[in-house]
Design a protein around this ligand. Structure first.
Ligand code: NAP
Length: 282
């Protein structure tokens, strides 16, 4: 019976067990997926010991993504670019690490805007420069865009991100000062919030979307609430919107396939299940 886990510290609020539990039931698989709280001081030992405890692999979340990146034997090209690992598995005795936030964000963007959306987008604006921003920029870099502006409250972090992700990029990567957002928005046909602004309990991300191109799309990777103030403002402007829940669901697909051998589908039923949990209806 394949066993998998999600580890973080704390971990009790993770929705990953609900997602993987749904798929295990859906596909009639005899496997398990459990939460394991591991303090940072114990993470190295956990990483080296999970296979001996019978686990095929698992997910890694805050605060262990960088430690997992440093601790694995081999990394996928995407994990290498993002410098963080959120998915682990063993292959021929080798401990592998991937970053599935990249594929998760892109899969949901494609599903929401339709494949080929990039034909209409030459400039994208990514707001934020944390771990999630790195995954979003790494995903967008694989597409035929002309340039991506990255802006962040702390500009030095945006500069670090651009410096790390620029080598080999066919897409131009540029930083923009937070105060200059108003000058970038009129050129951006894709705007992505990767900051925690707009999350329940946080102030909203206030952008002047009246200045955005009329055919722009606005994506938010925050998913609690599902409709963030930014997405509500974008809708009010008649712009296309992409919510953050799809990224969470799609990032789980590659891990499940590795551990349990079936490529699962992100269905409306799964989405409704997680949404009910987010909204406290479950
Ligand atoms: P992180 O590494 O801690 O980065 C946080 C980002 O938010 C930084 O750019 C930070 O700017 C910015 N920020 C925080 N408070 C701010 C404020 N008051 N004003 C302006 N900027 C502010 O976190 P992360 O892992 O990238 O996650 C960011 C968000 O994405 C979280 O809400 C997380 O839940 C969400 N997320 C969603 C998914 C999904 O599957 N949908 C996946 C990953 C993350 P500074 O650098 O200036 O501090």
């Amino acid at each position: 019976m394949p066993k998998a886990f999600v580890t973080g510290h704390p971990i009790k609020h993770s929705r990953s067990p609900l997602i993987h539990g749904h798929w295990l039931k859906e596909y009639g698989l005899d496997g398990s997926y459990e939460r394991i709280d591991v303090a940072p001081v114990d993470f190295g030992e956990f990483l080296r010991g999970f296979a001996a405890r019978g686990f095929a692999g698992g997910n890694v979340t805050i605060p262990h993504k960088e430690a997992a990146f440093l601790g694995v034997d081999r990394r996928t090209a995407r994990a290498e670019r993002v410098k963080a690992v959120n998915t682990l598995w063993i292959e021929d005795g080798v401990l592998w690490g991937d970053n599935t936030d990249v594929a998760g964000f892109m899969a949901h963007l494609d599903a929401s805007l339709g494949t080929g959306w990039e034909q209409n987008v030459d400039t994208a604006l990514v707001i934020g420069a944390g771990g999630a921003a790195r995954a979003v920029v790494a995903g967008l870099q694989d597409r035929a865009l002309k340039r991506i502006f990255v802006t962040n409250r702390t500009l030095a972090k945006a500069e670090d991100l651009v410096r790390d992700l620029r080598p080999g990029s066919a897409v131009g990567l540029e930083t923009s000062a937070w105060e200059a957002l108003g000058r970038v928005i009129p050129h951006a046909r894709l705007i992505v919030n990767t900051t925690s602004l707009g999350m329940a309990g946080q102030p909203p991300l206030a952008l002047d979307l009246a200045r955005a191109p009329r055919d722009a799309a606005v994506a938010d990777i925050v998913y609690v609430p599902l409709e963030t103030p930014l997405l509500a403002a974008a809708k009010a402007e008649g712009l296309k919107t992409v919510d953050g829940l799809g990224m969470l669901l799609h990032q789980a697909v590659p891990g499940f396939e590795r551990w349990f051998g079936v490529r699962p589908e992100v269905t409306p039923e799964l989405r409704a299940l997680i949404l009910a949990d987010i909204e406290g209806r479950k």
